[in-house]
Write a protein that binds this ligand. Structure first.
Ligand code: NAD
Ligand code: MN
Length: 345
């Protein structure tokens, strides 16, 4: 059997606390997956303040040349401009061409409402091309940002979304956009995705998928009022980012929602949450999003049995409700929750 070499990038804040949980869960699978080897890699704001580089070239090269996959924790990106700093996660998604961010959001029995959806977020363009300028004009300072939408990126995220929808029981896809205002950019996104089933080679493959669309603002409204109407939601980068945090609130915590950054040749698991400086260093961060991200990563690599075992263990711990972190109303520590999950794997 081949060795699964997993690049581990905790980065900042609670990334350091939740990524060990993901590692423990993978290790608990034992011989039911290929032999694993973990490669610790640096990136993040702490790394930047120490070394002047938020994403060392060694990290990128190790991922590109040595690793089969990776797990990312979370990064602390300051809200003010810091000379020389740029978010390593945004850069990694582009450098490794991880063009899709797939974020399943599901409620367990105890959640307030029944949610079972997947946000498929375009991961390489939109406002995240980070092409910003500031000039001084008659209105004082004037700041501008480029919002890039391309046919290629929209097509491949569209194909990914159709593929995911096709493999789910409800087979329903909702395109999220704001074409009523942004008819050129979001119009291109919307039309390109609508066109996916008619692409050469699609040959009726997506016939079972029903397609709807929703303006992003009313999509959030309906997400809160009737979340059950959504199955797969495909969105440009920024809308996808926002919708998935909103969906996380519906299932109780950001600390529950996993993701994978996926391209055609590489996959990187990453919890949807950030570095949570407000709770960092206290051993109270919820590790379940990171653990579920490890399961998604394994599933993406074809290790469905391992992924199932991790996901079942997580669901059990949530359902039992006896060992939960404070974000879910519990009193348990990060490390205690990890132990409970590992026991059940
Ligand atoms: P955040 O996701 O870090 O935190 C939002 C809220 O959710 C906080 O109250 C936090 O305590 C809580 N929370 C998040 N994860 C949790 C967990 N696992 N367990 C329990 N509670 C959890 O978002 P923010 O506060 O807006 O951003 C903080 C920093 O994270 C910023 O520097 C931001 O740039 C960065 N960020 C990084 C990523 C990423 O690495 N992909 C994503 C989002 C934000
Ligand atoms: Mn986010």
């Amino acid at each position: 059997k081949e060795t699964l070499k997993i690049g581990m990038i905790p980065a900042d804040g609670i990334g350091h606390e939740v990524l060990p949980g993901a590692k423990a869960a993978i290790q608990a699978l034992g011989s039911s997956i290929p032999k694993t080897e973990f490669v610790d890699l640096l990136a993040g704001f702490e790394c930047f303040t120490r070394t002047g580089n938020a994403l060392p070239v060694e990290t990128v090269e190790a991922l590109q040349n040595d690793c089969s996959c990776a797990m990312f924790g979370a990064v602390s990106s300051p809200s003010r401009k810091v000379a020389g700093y740029s978010s390593p996660i945004v850069a990694l998604r582009k450098k490794l061409d991880l063009y899709a961010n797939v974020r399943p959001v599901t409620s367990v029995a105890s959640s307030r409402s029944a949610v079972d959806l997947v946000v498929v977020r375009e991961n390489t363009e939109c406002l995240y091309v980070k092409d910003e300028t500031q000039t001084v004009g008659t209105n004082g300072k004037e700041a501008r940002a480029t919002r890039l939408i391309t046919e290629r990126a929209s097509r491949r995220i569209g194909e990914m979304a159709f593929e995911i929808a096709l493999n789910r029981p409800r087979k329903h896809l909702t395109i999220i956009h704001k074409s009523n205002v942004l008819s050129i950019t979001d119009g291109l996104f919307r039309e390109t995705i609508r066109g996916v089933p008619t692409l050469p080679g699609a040959d009726g493959k997506y016939d079972g998928v029903t397609v709807a669309e929703q303006l992003v603002d009313s999509a959030v409204y309906r997400l809160f009022r009737e979340p059950h109407i959504y199955d797969v939601m495909v969105a440009p980068n920024l809308y996808g980012d926002i919708i998935s945090d909103a969906a996380a609130a519906l299932v109780g915590s950001l600390g529950l929602v996993p993701s994978v950054n996926a391209g055609d040749t590489f996959v990187m698991g990453e919890p949807v949450h950030g570095s949570a400086p407000d709770i960092a260093g206290q051993n109270i961060a919820n590790p379940l999003a990171a653990i579920r991200s490890a399961a998604l990563m394994l599933r993406h690599l074809g290790h469905a049995d391992g992924a199932d075992r991790i996901e079942r263990a997580v669901d059990e711990v949530i359902r039992e409700g006896k060992c939960l972190t404070p974000d879910l109303g519990g009193k348990s520590k990060t490390t205690e929750v990890v132990e409970e999950v590992v026991k059940r794997i």
